[in-house]
Design a binder for this molecule. Structure first.
Ligand SMILES: O=C1C[C@@H](C(=O)O)NC(=O)N1
Length: 450
């Protein structure tokens, strides 16, 4: 039995309320919340003046394990996640090999059990070639299926661009289907037009015109139409345009929604104004779009058309980014800084702490039916993060934990700091120091609602 931890006097932010109380962690779980008397064998952490959040559940990351481990791996990126207050993550299938079978999925779980400091779950990849197999698989083996990132290796198989394939999948698969929604035909036509004019040296600022708002809107509209026809469970990944937000509902509880969506932190943080300063470093797919889109996404997040916040943490080596347009890899690391970015919006009066917790902790747990995580409740896993809302630090190379060693946020000063992170009741991150002896656990799925 591990030593019980008592977090004294912090402001707990949970389920729409903020209140000062003590929290006792025992045997991996939250044992008690209230006014708790210190006992001699407790490890006491003084939370006075700090805020205690449920650990962040990041519903979309690319930790690159197996096969692309020169960019990141399940150890390095989970460590960065924990320093950012993230205690659980769901990883995408575009590794090497792509995770397209039950066997490769099992191997990935095995790697994670040895390397990941945070709790983990994985999407099964679906790319158009394996739909018949996916349909036959036991859906309790995975949290959802996704095509995200697979188009990099299988151009033409992008699910959002293949209505017949999507029909088949949506008609027959009852797990969550998480789609990367861009219409490749539109993107390819734009690529050809820009190539004619600029050759290989297309400036990064044209990325949102090539991977256009129209391409996103058309794909999202079509996916929603097909999902509705089949009453399928569709999740649109990383929404980027204001126009798309109007395709989603906010008049039913999340637990009953068949069609859900998310926004990734970089699409709230950056806009097309930033391409001149950061160039290919902020080349992401779907692209970061206009200031109006950025404002529209925040509005939709606040009015519950957008259900969760993710990072789409997608590290690449700097050499893979700093290349001419067509060779430059899309994606960038974010998982260490997502909570800090959102807390910066709180500092600017744009969002409440309770809403941040709803979208980063509660709702991912509800959306993905994650069992006993995402809330500060007695009997739930003790996944928590203690945050100082009055601290100042600047993102710099020497405080990055990403294996790729760079961030588009370098030079950004944050006014909040993540002090401690607890995973399954263990103090895994403590003011810059890690306890790496304890590994995370596989996230389990609940058959009941939270
Ligand atoms: O969908 C994706 C995949 C990701 C990656 O690098 O894996 N990068 C992106 O920009 N978008």
């Amino acid at each position: 039995m591990s030593q019980s931890i008592l977090i004294k006097n912090s402001t707990i932010v949970n389920e729409g309320k903020s209140f000062v109380a003590d929290v006792l962690l025992s045997d991996g779980l939250i044992e008690q919340i209230g006014n708790i008397v210190v006992e001699s064998d407790y490890k006491v952490i003084d939370g006075t003046g700090k805020h205690l959040f449920p650990g962040i559940i990041d519903g979309q990351v690319h930790f690159r394990d197996p096969g692309l481990t020169h960019k990141g791996d399940l150890y390095t990126e989970s460590k960065a996640a924990i320093a950012g207050g993230v205690t659980s993550f769901i990883d995408m299938p575009n590794t090497v090999p792509n995770i397209l079978t039950a066997e490769s999925l099992r191997e990935k779980y095995e790697i994670a059990s040895q390397k990941s400091l945070a709790n983990y779950s994985f999407f099964l990849g679906v790319n158009g070639d394996n739909i018949d197999d996916v349909i036959k698989m036991d859906t309790s083996q995975f949290i959802g299926v996704s095509d995200d990132g697979l188009y990099f290796t299988k151009k033409g198989n992008l699910l959002a661009d293949s209505p017949e394939k999507m029909e088949k999948l949506f008609a027959n698969c009852n797990s969550i289907i998480a789609i990367h929604s861009e219409k490749e035909e539109i993107v390819e036509a734009n690529e050809q037009a820009f190539k004619k004019k600029y050759g290989e040296n297309i400036p990064a600022k044209f990325h949102p015109i090539i991977r256009s708002a129209e391409g996103c809107y058309e794909a999202t509209k079509r996916a929603i139409g097909i999902a509705k026809n089949h009453n399928a469970r569709l999740h649109i990944l990383h929404l980027t345009t204001e126009a798309e937000t109007h395709l989603f509902q906010n008049d039913i509880p999340l637990i009953e929604k068949k069609i859900t969506t998310e926004v990734s932190v970089h699409h709230l943080w950056f806009s097309d104004k930033d391409y001149d300063r950061l160039g290919m470093l902020i080349k992401w797919n779907p692209a970061i779009k206009s200031e109006k889109d950025k404002q529209g996404l925040l509005k939709a997040l606040l009015d519950d058309r957008i259900d969760i916040i993710t990072t789409d943490h997608a590290p690449h080596a700097l050499e893979e980014k700093e290349k001419p347009y067509f060779q430059s890899m899309s994606g960038a690391p974010m998982v260490q800084h997502s909570l800090n970015c959102m807390l910066e919006f709180y500092k600017q009066g744009l969002i409440s702490l309770e809403k941040i917790v709803e979208k980063m902790c509660h709702n991912p747990a509800i959306l993905y039916r994650i069992k006993n995580r995402g809330f500060i409740r007695e009997g739930y896993f003790a996944d928590l993060t203690l945050v100082d809302l009055n601290s100042q630090w600047t993102v710099a190379k020497d405080n990055l934990l990403y294996k790729c060693g760079w961030s588009p946020l370098e030079g950004t000063t944050f006014l909040t700091a993540i002090k401690q992170t607890f995973v399954n009741g263990n103090l895994v991150y403590d003011n810059g120091r890690f306890n790496e002896t304890i590994k995370g656990m596989e996230i389990t799925i609940s058959t009941q609602s939270n």
